[in-house]
Design a protein around this ligand. Structure first.
Ligand code: OSB
Ligand code: MG
Length: 375
């Protein structure tokens, strides 16, 4: 089945987080993102571009994504016949980079094709489970006792896997405090590339705490130093920022840079490449899990569908909607089950309905492509 996108709409949204989220690159009080709606043959598909306000996780921001989507990527998609969401790759083959912007369009295409065929995203991707194990990612807190309190509250909510954000100076003591308070909990840490080789000693000290993994300790463009560090640690390293394609994943595994991969569809330019990384890792017996970018209900629905594939053997950073936002922009919202899982949506496409009134309430900017002057 071929679809031709006729029109695209963009909303730049700013949504207050239930609690500020601090990582090694800064603190976020509000989550910014670009929401997309594509129309084709009377159907509409929704996507989310998770670029943030500041280029801390990725060089992309809402500002660069807005520009690249509006001026290059969407014009290359509009009126082009497409047979599946995977066709986005050839539509954008002339352009480099900007995976988060690409993934936003790709997600809206998946939603369109799902609605056109009556299939859920889970079915289209080859997902198997109807609910997926999840954990919670905890930002850097004021001090270790506060961190232990915050962790205790999430455990009371029912999360059975905790991820702690770390940075130099806020690592071993924070982890020691949480491990002492909760000796049995599944625990992992994420440095968001805040360390270098000279600071490796504090990373090696983390070997004493029975962590599931240490996520992205070193620079995003440095597989070789990750391999150097992995050879000096028992805990598996997990790469996030470093892996932008299936090729990166293969090379990281070949050089021994990690033992686990965090799969985020946004960072990989979309779900098509995310499934390729999943398939590669599965064939090599390498565990993967689904990362998160503080998504709204749109991106969260997609992450749940992806995490239902059989190779996702570790809990995802996919928490309940209420952990992020008091009012999400899509319905239904996602709740945590008693066994620390979240149900995978079963409806056609993403299986969620965007609430236009809620979307307009958090929108700070809006655009339509083609614009009034373009023809
Ligand atoms: O590195 O995994 C990360 C959020 C924003 C940017 C980067 C990361 C994160 C998280 C949050 O850890 C995961 C979530 O969405 O709950
Ligand atoms: Mg990470």
């Amino acid at each position: 089945m071929n679809l031709r996108v006729e029109r695209a709409e963009l909303w730049h949204v700013r949504m207050r987080l239930v609690s500020p989220f601090e990582t090694s690159f800064g603190v976020e009080h509000d989550r910014e993102a670009v929401i997309l709606r594509l129309r084709a043959d009377g159907i509409e598909g929704w996507g989310e571009c998770v670029a943030g306000a500041f280029p801390g996780y990725s060089y992309e921001t809402v500002g660069t994504a807005w520009h690249v989507l509006q001026d290059f990527f969407l014009p290359a998609v509009i009126r082009r016949p497409m047979g599946s969401a995977a066709d986005l790759r050839s539509a954008l083959a002339a352009s480099k980079g900007h995976p988060l912007a690409r993934a936003g369009i790709e997600l809206a295409l998946w939603d369109l094709f799902g609605k056109a065929s009556g299939m859920s995203l889970k079915e289209m991707l080859g997902g198997e489970r109807s609910s997926v194990p999840v954990g919670v990612s905890i930002g850097i807190q004021a001090d270790a006792p506060t961190l232990v309190e915050v962790a205790a509250a999430y455990l009371r909510d029912g999360y059975r896997r905790l991820k702690l954000k770390i940075r130099p100076g806020r690592d071993v003591e924070d982890v020691r405090a949480v491990r002492k308070a909760f000796p049995e909990v599944a625990l992992q840490v994420d440095a968001n590339s805040a360390y270098d080789r000279e600071q490796a000693r504090s990373l090696q000290a983390l070997d004493d705490f029975g962590l599931l993994l240490v996520e992205q300790p070193l620079a995003e463009d440095d597989l070789l130093d990750h391999a150097w560090l992995q050879a000096r640690m028992r805990t598996p390293l997990c790469l996030d920022e470093s892996i932008l394609s299936e090729r990166h994943a293969r090379q990281a595994l070949d050089v021994g840079a990690c033992g686990v991969i965090n799969i985020k569809p946004a960072r990989l330019g979309g779900l098509t490449e995310a499934v390729r990384v999943h398939d590669l890792c599965r064939s090599r017996g390498v565990p993967v899990w689904c990362g998160g970018m503080l998504e709204t209900g749109i991106g969260r629905a997609a992450n749940l569908a992806l995490a239902s594939l059989p190779g996702f053997t570790l809990p995802g950073d996919i928490s309940a909607s209420a952990r992020y936002y008091a009012h999400d922009i899509a319905e239904p919202t996602f709740a945590l089950n008693a066994d620390s899982t979240i149900d995978v949506p079963a409806g056609a496409g993403l299986g969620v309905e965007v609430q236009l009134d809620s979307l307009e309430r958090v929108a700070v900017r809006r655009a339509v492509v083609p614009g009034a002057t373009a023809r």
